[in-house]
Design a protein around this ligand. Structure first.
Ligand code: UDP
Length: 452
């Protein structure tokens, strides 16, 4: 049994798919992970057990950055992608282990059509919160009016009531540029034809919306949290990082953490993509400087020049790095809270490691994840923004103080600890996600047996 896993070229998309590849391997499935040529070129390393292949998106020298805008990038990629994937499946077909199944990032609905042309199994892999996929599904089905009215309260089945600000940001920017929203809605254009729909989350986290989704698609399953086993049930020895970082990790930050007291450090990261403006970065810098606590702040290379000139990257109180092993950091006992942009992977990681959150969502699904973090799972607070959409230093400082020392912080920490044990349980050998993974893998081997 040989699965090809086709990932979208972004850190938050390749990491869960790579992790899922490892689980399939562990079950005896051969896997080939595929991403775009340019994105693969910039990955720092890859676990030796995983075979990587690439397809061209038409921008081999600069990826998305080489295209004049995102629409141009997608239009071109969508034109050349299907043929390039076909060629790869044909090439691998000449080996002694041809492809039996394509597991594709749900942003690539055309990959399912390619799989079907070859008569092989096609599996959609959803990399976001199930609630978000449900919102997009309703918009795709025409059950949500787009553009939204700013004053509208949005009620959708099995989801909390959402205000405009809680909706994925692509609804907010639709009139200026509909490209991103179209990408998210088009996931559903052929999903009915998928043999399986797998989502990087766990059932207990979204019970009601997961049940609702399984009513629409009986072949929908949760298989997450897709994070290395050593941070969950430790079943797979040495599986302690995803293994394909875009940036080089500054590992000395772990030593820096080692001599900090338990729960004393604020960890701050806005993920691999978010671009904060200089004013916001200065407010974060001043807020952290004014806080009583230690801080470890990840400022990715493209954002570094935005730091205020007077701000010290290494001081008694704080350390700024361009990248770290986030899972190791979150698992470190010195960490007291996580100021995050609420990317889905960072959110799942915080849940799995029981770290309370100060939510500072920036764009895409992050605004909706923040709503779930605060009002559904109750594991964090959302830093308030002003009329310029900026979180001011005092507000950030207040939120950190509330989590680290306030009454509400205690409640939030308790909730975070409970969610952590549910995440670990979902992933262990008897857990909901593990059962779903086994059901999926068994179905693949069953198909193979019938073919023979
Ligand atoms: N990450 C990391 N080191 C860092 C910052 C982020 O390893 O210094 C990882 C993090 O653990 C997560 C991913 O990068 O797995 C970011 O994904 P997420 O979905 O949270 O946000 P995105 O980057 O897609 O906005």
């Amino acid at each position: 049994m040989h699965c090809l896993l086709l990932s979208f070229p972004a850190q938050g998309h390749i990491s869960p798919m790579l992790q899922f590849s490892k689980l399939l391997k562990y079950q005896g499935v051969k896997v080939t992970l595929v991403t775009t040529f340019f994105f693969a070129k910039n990955l720092q390393k890859l676990p030796p057990s995983i075979t990587l292949e690439t397809i061209s998106d038409g921008f081999d020298n600069g990826g998305i950055g080489e295209a004049k805008n995102f629409k141009f990038y997608l239009d071109h990629f969508w034109q050349v992608g299907p043929q390039n994937l076909e060629k790869l499946i044909e090439k691998l077909g000449t080996t002694n282990c041809p492809i039996d199944c394509v597991i594709y990032d749900s942003f690539y609905p055309w990959a399912l059509d390619v799989a079907k042309r070859f008569g092989i199994v096609g599996v959609a892999f959803l990399t976001q919160n199930i609630g978000i996929h449900s919102i997009y599904y309703h918009a795709y089905m025409g059950k949500l009016r787009v553009p939204l009215d700013v004053k509208e309260n949005i009620s959708l089945p099995m989801l909390p009531q959402l205000q405009y600000r809680d909706m994925p940001s692509f609804f907010h920017t639709y009139e200026k540029d509909p490209t991103f929203l179209h990408l998210c809605l088009d996931q559903f254009s052929n999903m009915d034809k998928a043999d399986w729909i797998l989502c990087n989350s766990f059932y207990e986290l979204h019970q009601e919306v997961a049940d609702w989704t399984m009513n629409i698609w009986p072949n929908f399953r949760t298989i997450g949290p897709s994070i290395p086993s050593m941070f969950l049930d430790k079943r797979i020895k040495y599986d302690e990082d995803y293994g394909a970082p875009q940036f080089k990790s500054e590992e000395y930050c772990m030593e820096w953490l080692n001599d900090k007291p338990k729960g004393s450090v604020v960890y701050v990261s806005f993920g691999s993509l978010a671009s904060l403006n200089e004013e916001q970065i200065e407010e974060v810098a001043c807020g952290l400087k004014d806080c009583e606590n230690y801080f470890l702040w990840v400022v990715i290379p493209s954002q570094e020049t935005k730091l205020p000139k007077y701000f010290e990257k290494k001081s008694q109180k704080g350390l700024v790095v361009t990248w770290c092993s986030q899972l190791k950091v979150l698992a470190h006992e010195a960490i007291g809270c996580f100021v995050t942009h609420c990317g889905w992977n960072s959110t799942l990681e915080a849940i799995s490691l029981g770290v309370p959150i100060v939510a500072m969502p920036q764009w895409s699904d992050q605004t909706t994840n923040a709503k779930f973090i605060v009002d559904v799972w109750k594991i964090g607070i959302r830093a308030p923004i002003d009329e310029k959409q900026i979180v001011r230093k005092d507000k950030l400082k207040d939120c950190i103080l509330e989590i680290m020392e306030g009454e509400k912080g205690k409640e939030i920490k308790n909730n975070a600890t409970q969610w952590k044990s549910l995440a670990v349980r979902a992933f262990d050998e008897e857990g909901s996600s593990q059962k779903n993974i086994m059901e999926f893998v068994t179905s693949l081997f069953h198909l193979q047996a019938i073919d023979k």
